[in-house]
Write a protein that binds this ligand. Structure first.
Ligand code: C2E
Ligand code: MG
Ligand code: MG
Ligand code: MG
Length: 282
């Protein structure tokens, strides 16, 4: 009887598994084609310096221009791309494009000469000993100075081969590249990571920022992270700002950098440049 039941359960399980596997396989094939045919685009979202109220950086965010589905957001493909090992290729494409683009803008527009670019790198990169060398190479080829590049890493990256990650991050830091901890507060944070690794700043996760005014617990977390950042001499970035009141509160609290739909959504490079020029004037 148990066996029959087991088999029946197996059949049900199998049907949904099959559907999922078919979907994943289709997506995997499409992703392979997307890489071959360069279907990825880089969008940019500005980050304001709260003291000056002007753009200090732009975050590069990948989009997939799917031949039939239109613009596909990273939430729909980054996870699978990571699982099947495509993420590195996508990240290198984004890093190259973003460095090249910013170097060009800095050169051609004096008001953008001090702008930085922030790139998200999947955790797999940080256990590769040649990452600093490869990044140095991208900087050399694109002509972007190292201090204009910020790399966002998530806490997952710090869980792998800690000694290797330590070495890689130290070398990146020596190059002059800034390191930011993304989605801070959502991972398996051990606070000791923050001083063990050469991190320059933390980006508090947007889930705490977006509803911070309505939820005391979120406000308490934001204040605690701010105090932590001050004590460890780290820059604090808030992402997910969706209204003026939240932005004002964060400025009052002394948060260093501000990012969110209220300031500007991620947009293509043409709209980004227009927005940057418009908002960088004295
Ligand atoms: P992230 O690095 O934490 O990026 C911030 C995400 O929050 C972006 O979503 C951005 O559009 C969104 N966001 C910014 N401000 C607001 C706001 O005020 N409200 C709301 N609701 N959302 C806001 P996006 O572009 O869909 O990217 C999602 C995630 O995908 C990123 O989170 C990052 O983890 C990953 N990702 C994006 N591009 C890349 C890439 O080139 N490489 C890698 N490895 N991951 C990437
Ligand atoms: Mg990010
Ligand atoms: Mg984030
Ligand atoms: Mg993230």
């Amino acid at each position: 009887r148990a066996k029959a039941q087991g088999r029946r359960r197996y059949v049900l399980f199998d049907a949904s598994m099959h559907e999922e596997a078919t979907h994943a396989l289709k997506l995997e094939n499409e992703l392979r084609i997307a890489i071959d045919r360069n279907q990825f685009e880089v969008y940019y979202q500005p980050i304001l310096c709260s003291k000056e109220g002007k753009p200090a950086a732009i975050e590069a965010l990948v989009r997939w221009r799917h031949p039939t589905d239109g613009l596909v957001m990273p939430g729909r493909f980054i996870e699978l791309a990571t699982e099947i090992g495509f993420i590195k290729e996508i990240d290198w494409y984004v890093l190259n494009r973003a460095c090249y683009q910013l170097a060009e803008w800095r050169q051609n527009h004096p008001e953008l000469a001090d702008l930085s670019v922030t790139v998200n790198l999947a955790s797999q990169h940080f256990s590769q000993s040649n990452l600093p060398e490869q990044i140095a190479n991208v900087l050399e080829v694109t002509g972007l100075p190292a201090n204009a590049l910020r790399v966002e890493i998530t806490e997952h990256a710090l869980l792998d081969d800690q000694e290797m990650v330590q070495t890689v991050l130290s070398q990146l830091s020596e190059l002059g590249v800034q390191l930011l901890m993304d989605d801070f507060g959502t991972g398996y944070s051990s606070l000791s990571y923050l001083h063990r690794f050469p991190i320059n700043g933390v980006k508090i996760d947007r889930s705490f920022i977006t509803n911070m005014r309505g939820q005391e617990e979120h406000m308490a977390i934001v204040k605690t992270v701010k105090a932590l950042a001050d004590n460890l001499k780290l820059k604090l970035v808030a992402e997910g700002i969706e209204d003026q009141e939240t932005q004002d509160l964060l400025i009052e609290m002394g948060c260093d950098y501000l990012q969110g739909f209220h300031i500007q959504r991620p947009v293509n490079r043409r709209v980004t440049l227009e927005w940057l020029l418009e908002n960088s004037r004295d």
